[in-house]
Design a protein around this ligand. Structure first.
Ligand SMILES: Nc1ncnc2c1ncn2[C@@H]1O[C@H](COP(=O)(O)OP(=O)(O)OP(=O)(O)O)[C@@H](O)[C@H]1O
Length: 259
């Protein structure tokens, strides 16, 4: 059997806000191509952990490396370029821009053609722009959003906005995609479709995915492994079956409604 390469390595990472250790001593590893869940009760530190991975916060302890390269201290846009993209718990789209432009914006941040060629509208600018648009439309097709490409993002129904956010994150060509509660606010049918979509994009783009989700059916259904945070610390990791039966996890969730 071929061994998989390590993509993300997090060693003893944490952050404190004043006296509060929001995340502490986290060790986590993702292999290339894995689809892994990150769960935990409200306030456990999941989103803060994503903020550490993406450079929104600088860890006050530990190290984070992607493909062997240390990321600590890099600005978020640099970390995106190095290969980590994310979606947000509360959807963040450019509401006044079209669906297509929302995806193209992500390409622009990575575009090879220079500002000089853009300002002076040189041929290289137009070929770059055309290529970008074609690729963006390809993405929208995968997400079944090509038929609404000229709509303003803010006018899309909620489920489509969630899909657009994932499409935009993917357009940055990440190695690692972080999804923060992608099924929040979706009905069961939309959630099912989303599960299939996540499996499909992982396959198609050889992606590694880390998924925060409160919907246990979704997490248990698609993830190969799951990490569990509670009060900022990892209390368990394992297969969905192991996590389901782990007494520490059950205790952490006691009093919480597990959907
Ligand atoms: N910038 C900040 N300043 C101070 N405290 C913060 C900051 N960001 C997060 N926290 C605190 O860190 C803890 C973890 O919050 P976080 O949002 O990461 O939890 P979560 O697991 O994502 O929760 P939920 O499932 O409800 O989204 C909470 O106590 C929160 O109040």
């Amino acid at each position: 059997m071929r061994t998989k390469t390590q993509l993300l390595k997090v060693e003893n990472a944490g952050i404190r806000f004043g006296g509060l250790k929001a995340v502490s001593g986290v060790n986590l590893e993702l292999l290339q191509g894995e689809l892994v869940g990150l769960i935990g009760p409200n306030g456990a530190g999941k989103t803060t952990f994503f903020n550490l991975l993406t450079g929104v916060y600088v860890p006050t302890e530990g190290t984070i490396s992607l493909a062997g390269e240390k990321l600590n201290g890099n600005k978020p846009y640099k970390i995106t370029k190095k290969g980590i993209s994310r979606t947000f718990q509360n959807i963040r789209l450019f509401g006044e821009l079209s669906v297509l432009d929302n995806v193209k914006v992500a390409y622009h941040s990575l575009a090879k053609h220079s500002i000089f060629s853009s300002i002076f509208r040189l041929p290289s600018h137009f070929s770059g722009e055309r290529e970008m648009e074609e690729r963006a439309i390809e993405f929208l097709k995968i997400f079944k959003l090509d038929n609404v490409q000229h709509e303003m993002a803010k006018n899309l129904p909620y489920g489509q906005q969630r899909r657009l956010e994932i499409a935009r994150a993917l357009a940055a060509n990440p190695k690692l995609l972080l999804l923060d509660e992608p099924a929040a606010g979706m009905n069961p049918q939309e959630t099912d479709e989303l599960m299939n979509l996540i499996a499909l994009i992982r396959e198609k783009f050889s992606l590694t995915i880390l998924l925060i989700e409160h919907d246990m059916n979704l997490v248990m259904g698609v993830c190969e492994r799951i990490y569990v945070l509670d009060h900022g610390q990892l209390i368990a990791d394992g297969t969905p079956e192991e996590i389901r039966n782990n007494p520490k996890v059950i205790e952490a969730y006691l009093g919480e409604e597990v959907s």
